[in-house]
Design a binder for this molecule. Structure first.
Ligand SMILES: Nc1ncnc2c1ncn2[C@@H]1O[C@H](COP(=O)(O)OP(=O)(O)OP(=O)(O)O)[C@@H](O)[C@H]1O
Ligand SMILES: [Mg+2]
Length: 361
């Protein structure tokens, strides 16, 4: 087992002037499950491939434990990678697929068999060892790909969207299996996904990337409760946080006809006349009987049984703004009706409108 360090690691692809990964700095603890997440093209796979040794590092360094691996070939890094397209060998049995890397490494047959059987037991694949990949379900194939990585007993697992070939339901159950397996094995893991729900549910910590730049690395809880900037605020959480540009006024910010108190420090740090206030859908109070706060005209209601999401439009200044409000499952408003909402005290996030940086604690 080992720690992993990205020390200002930079990748500039030939022919490009802009780094695909720009001075990435993350310290990953021994045994940690770290998830790299961000939109398409933000540099997730490039970061992982730099750690794997499949991509040159043009600046900075990468360390595994105390070893500087920046310029080591992949085979000397003691890592195992699971890709999105896990490409099992179709003509080989499950057991041979799982043991292939060990065979190449010259490990003797008995030892390979023992390691494969151990991994198969962990992955619930014992009954399938003699089958060919085509006779397996998608989830079982995915587990064989995991097995191939496990038998190598690497210091670090690298996974690049390993669940994206699975259907939605299988993806949910498999992500729980991978997370619990990782905890059991205690092997440091770097996991790439573009799915923020996957990131929050699986990671000990989550690193959000945008345009090759690290935005924030934090626990799922802190990422949700204290996003560092507008990008993270909008990216993490589903439905997304409402982000509304509102005027600063005496004692707070003006939210429709209501003044919402926000941290004094946050406002004194603001350099603009407005701030952008973030409110999660579950942090609006619906005013009953009074026309207080923002008037939201209901467009669509998504009922989930226990609660419901109201998608509506509000007039904010001279702009019309789409908002999402969570309401109780038994208090669902009519489509076309108007709802008055006020952000709950203490549950707002304040960001600089111009820089996007978080201003509130
Ligand atoms: N071999 C390459 N040569 C040149 N540019 C590349 C190469 N591979 C990736 N890029 C560019 O580098 C940037 C980061 O790509 P990368 O594959 O790391 O993104 P990603 O976050 O994994 O995206 P996705 O979610 O779509 O897989 C993109 O702008 C991409 O176009
Ligand atoms: Mg990718």
């Amino acid at each position: 087992m080992a720690t992993v360090t990205f020390d200002k690691a930079t990748r500039i692809y030939p022919g490009s002037t802009k780094p695909a990964v720009d001075a990435l700095e993350i310290d990953i603890a021994d045994g940690e499950f770290l998830v790299l997440v961000g939109p398409s093209g933000c540099g997730k796979s490039t970061s992982l491939r730099m750690l794997a040794g499949l991509e040159d590092v043009n600046g900075g360094a990468i360390r595994i434990g105390d070893r500087d691996v920046t310029h080591l070939p992949p085979k000397d890094r003691d890592i195992a990678m699971v890709f999105q397209n896990y490409a099992l060998y179709p003509h080989m049995s499950v057991a041979d697929n799982m043991g292939f890397a060990l065979k190449i490494a010259g490990v003797n047959k008995a030892e390979i068999r023992q390691k494969v059987e151990e991994a198969a037991k962990i992955l619930d694949l014992t009954d399938y060892l003699d089958r060919k990949p085509k006779a397996l379900s998608g989830g079982q194939r995915q587990r064989v790909a995991m097995g191939r990585a496990i038998v190598r007993e690497p210091q670090v697992f690298l996974m690049d969207e390993p669940l994206s070939n699975l259907d939605a339901k299988l993806r949910v159950s498999t992500r729980t299996q991978i997370a619990s397996l990782q905890r059991r094995l205690g092997i440091t893991t770097v996991y790439v996904t573009h799915d923020q729900v996957e990131a929050l549910t699986m990671g000990d910590r989550v690193a959000v990337l945008k345009d090759g730049l690290l935005q924030q690395v934090d626990t799922p809880r802190n990422m949700y409760d204290r996003p560092a900037n507008l990008f993270v605020a909008g990216f993490i959480g589903s439905p997304a946080m409402n982000l509304v540009e509102v005027p600063i006024t005496d004692g707070g910010v003006k939210f429709g006809n209501a003044v919402v108190p926000v941290q004094r420090d946050a406002l004194s740090a603001a350099t603009d006349k407005t701030v952008t206030v973030g409110v999660r859908p579950e942090h609006f109070d619906v005013a009953t009987g009074v026309e207080k706060g923002l008037a939201v005209v209901v467009n669509v209601v998504e009922e989930l049984g226990s609660d419901a999401f109201v998608y509506g439009t509000a007039q904010v200044g001279d702009e019309s703004k789409d908002l999402v409000v969570r309401v109780g499952g038994r208090d669902v408003p009519e489509k076309g009706s108007t709802l008055h909402v006020v952000p709950r005290g203490g549950e707002t996030h304040v960001f600089s409108t111009s820089t996007g940086e978080r201003l509130s604690d």
